[in-house]
Ligand binder design. Structure first.
Ligand SMILES: *[C@@H]1O[C@H](CO)[C@@H](O)[C@H](O)[C@H]1NC(C)=O
Ligand SMILES: *[C@@H]1O[C@H](CO)[C@@H](O)[C@H](O)[C@H]1NC(C)=O
Length: 347
């Protein structure tokens, strides 16, 4: 009798612990844990006050005061509380066996987006992933590595930069001269489909594809909305909603076509917008400007220790710098998506 109860408890404990063997991350600054630290770009965050609320008060290259969504999601699945960057020399395959991040701040689905700030394009994130597969097979052996690669949770989060850094930035010869915004959305959905198809071919099965946030409400976009009295830029929010709708259809199509694929669209838009509209309901005071520096336009090197205006308590702010959420905002969004979508689907 007692032995049965014991066995049952053991079973329950095992089921609760071993949800996925690893979290594997692709995308942009929304999920970059520090890959940009070692490349030649102006888009970096491996200096204070970035990371001031991270373990040890340490800047890591995450674009926040603390942890970012993959960290919270990894922890919720019973894995480690932070997912390390693949290019960070502090870590090795031993660490990467349960979680690894290939993301690069400033990148997009479109190669042309990565070129703007000289960051890692998606095709190269995929090359790093292939190299990782080889290292994992040497480290764990073929069988175990294949199990990890097919049972891992893949987080893919990007797209904002394709619109804000590329399409709407009026670069000479930019995408705006070639596509209407609707055509560009379709072009990006095509690239997303190719990306996921390639990931699936390489062994991925459990995938979370992240939708766009209400990107017209990022402080940087509000600041430049002179004629709109610094309200959210409605056009950008409309594009985000339309793009997320197209992504949702693409996700359904891929789930039908690609054998064994179980992909979900992690769409943060509605909750994100609710928080911006009613910050006090979520424990925030300020949403229209960021904590770092004046909070109006600074990010990367402009968000630094020399600036005297940085806020004291980042947990009162939705945004940490003019383009990226605070740790607390990351936590609220991640917990919601994990509880409502990721844990029910993948555990
Ligand atoms: C992006 O660049 C890579 C490397 O040059 C190339 O293989 C790929 O076809 C390009 N993708 C698109 C959509 O242009
Ligand atoms: C592991 O996966 C690779 C690539 O799909 C395949 O070539 C290999 O045979 C697999 N090994 C085992 C032991 O299943």
């Amino acid at each position: 009798m007692a032995a049965h109860v014991h066995l049952l408890l053991l079973l329950i404990a095992t089921v609760c612990e071993a949800k996925v063997p690893a979290v594997i991350v692709f995308g942009d600054s929304s999920v970059d844990a520090g890959n940009n630290n070692v490349i030649s770009t102006v888009l970096k965050s491996n200096f204070l006050p970035y990371g001031r609320d991270f373990v040890g008060g340490r800047p890591t290259g995450r674009f926040s005061n603390g942890r970012i969504p993959p960290d919270f999601i990894s922890e919720a699945f019973g894995l480690k509380p932070t997912v390390p960057a693949y290019l960070d020399r502090m870590y090795s395959i031993k660490d990467f066996a349960t979680g690894v991040c290939f993301a690069s701040a400033g990148t997009g689905y479109d190669n042309a987006t990565a070129t703007v700030l000289n960051v890692i394009p998606m095709w190269r994130e995929m090359e790093y992933y292939k190299e990782y597969q080889q290292k994992l097979r040497s480290y764990l052996g073929d069988n175990k590595a294949n199990f990890t690669l097919s049972e891992a949770l893949y987080l893919v989060s990007l797209g904002t930069n394709d619109f804000l850094e590329n399409y709407y930035s009026s670069l000479p010869g930019g995408r705006r001269s070639q596509f209407t915004v609707g055509q560009y959305e379709d072009f990006l959905v095509g690239l997303a489909t190719n990306l996921i198809t390639e990931l699936h071919r390489l062994g991925a099965r459990k995938v979370s594809l992240t939708g766009l946030p209400p990107m017209g409400c990022l402080p940087l976009e509000r600041t430049t909305n002179f004629f709109g009295l610094n309200e959210c830029v409605q056009e950008y929010n409309d594009v985000a909603v339309e793009f997320n709708g197209k992504l949702r259809k693409a996700v359904a199509r891929m789930n039908q076509r690609l054998p064994g694929l179980r992909m979900v669209l992690s769409d943060p838009y509605e909750l994100f917008l609710q928080i911006i509209k009613k910050p006090s309901s979520f424990g925030f005071d300020i949403t229209q400007r960021a904590c770092c520096s004046t909070g109006l336009y600074e990010m990367s090197y402009l968000c630094n220790q020399q600036n005297p205006f940085t806020c004291i308590d980042a947990s009162k702010y939705v945004f940490w710098d003019s383009f990226h959420p605070t740790e607390k905002m990351n936590q609220i969004l991640s917990e919601y998506l994990t509880r409502e979508l990721l844990l029910p689907t993948f555990s």
